[in-house]
Design a protein around this ligand. Sequence first.
Ligand SMILES: Cc1cc2nc3c(=O)[nH]c(=O)nc-3n(C[C@H](O)[C@H](O)[C@H](O)COP(=O)(O)OP(=O)(O)OC[C@H]3O[C@@H](n4cnc5c(N)ncnc54)[C@H](O)[C@@H]3O)c2cc1C
Length: 389
Amino acid sequence: MENVVVVGAGLAGLQTVVALRQQGYAGRLTLLGAEPHPPYDRPPLSKDVLAGKVEDTTLEADWAALDVTLQLGCRATGLCPGHVETEAGPVPYDGLVIATGADPVRLPGPGSVLRTIEDARALRQVLRPGRRVVVVGAGWLGAEVATTAAGAGCAVTVVEALDTPLAGVLPAEVGRHFTPWYAAAGVELLLGESVAAVEPGAVRLATGVELPADHVVVGIGVRPATGWLAGSGVPLDARGAVVTDEYLRAGLPGVYAVGDCVTWPSRRYGVRMHVEHWDNALHAPAVAAANLLGDEVRYDPVPYFWSEQFGRMVQYAGHHPAGDRLVWRGDPAGETWAACWLSGDRLVAILTVDRPRDLAQARRILDRDALVDADRLADPDLPLKAAAR
Ligand SMILES: Cc1cc2nc3c(=O)[nH]c(=O)nc-3n(C[C@H](O)[C@H](O)[C@H](O)COP(=O)(O)OP(=O)(O)OC[C@H]3O[C@@H](n4cnc5c(N)ncnc54)[C@H](O)[C@@H]3O)c2cc1C
């Protein structure tokens, strides 16, 4: 292997070039990115950048030591055996890592999305006291934008088509406990309401009701940014995610994929996983790099993510669909609590609200696939690790 190209200069792309060098790869290395910026961090975009506390989230990298050709502002447009088609012409490779992440789903009309640093800076300008902001979608991103917009003094309404916040990712019995947080922050939350159209100055609901809006933010999810792979032979699923094997091999010789754009088969959970969170983009690259360099390392993490919303730190680890029993740890109407999912006596997932120590201890239990005592787990006054058998 003498010429590795990494397509997508986000967190997963950067981690891939770092891992390749750390693991001894000494050949040519190119990092190709559509955005004009070197890799930067996205989680602060909906938090400190939007709140005006941070201007720049560029990720640290010693580019000279990495000896990487950074080709920024250059989009990959296609993939042929042995070369990537780009806006600037073909780029040959003998090893390729796909790390093109995801693009936000948009609605027709004047609503904005939040994925890039430019999106965050532009949105920050419109979050002024008294402005009427409508956020479409009460998912992770919608909740964070609503938090920041309300904090900036905007009059915020969140419209969600389903019956609880986070309904796409959490069961209603857990998601419903997020509902009161909106009202407490002065945010109006409309559940079970579909948006028919985003129009200049208003959001029209399916019921015909018009919500006046000075600005609309659409937070209804993302889709893998893999359109450029159409017809390449790299397998894509119905959502467009790159379908890899458990070694993150992407169907063609010497081609791997990492980060938000990937679905991989988890031996741990017995299902295909598709995780659009930071921790996955951080850790998958070391596995792909090792395998590209001839190793055989399986990728089978316990997923982890966090969200900061309405003054709370929400953290999640594991994969709750693998569970058959929900155990509450603390009162979900209270300030701090956790929802724990068990399969038999095995902890398979946990969601914590302002209980970071629980999360850290649970991650160790999840990693070890250890059995737990449900009664001890349910006692919030005992350290969570005391529930491990
Ligand atoms: C506002 C926001 C807040 C978030 N907050 C959290 C959080 O609190 N906790 C958490 O766990 N996760 C959070 N995330 C998710 C996390 O940031 C992502 O999971 C992570 O950025 C994924 O990294 P990635 O490198 O796979 O993809 P990306 O970060 O999307 O990077 C992919 C890069 O590839 C480029 N690209 C795309 N197509 C092409 C092409 N054809 N040619 C060349 N380049 C291309 C893109 O422009 C982009 O720069 C947040 C995301 C956003 C947007």
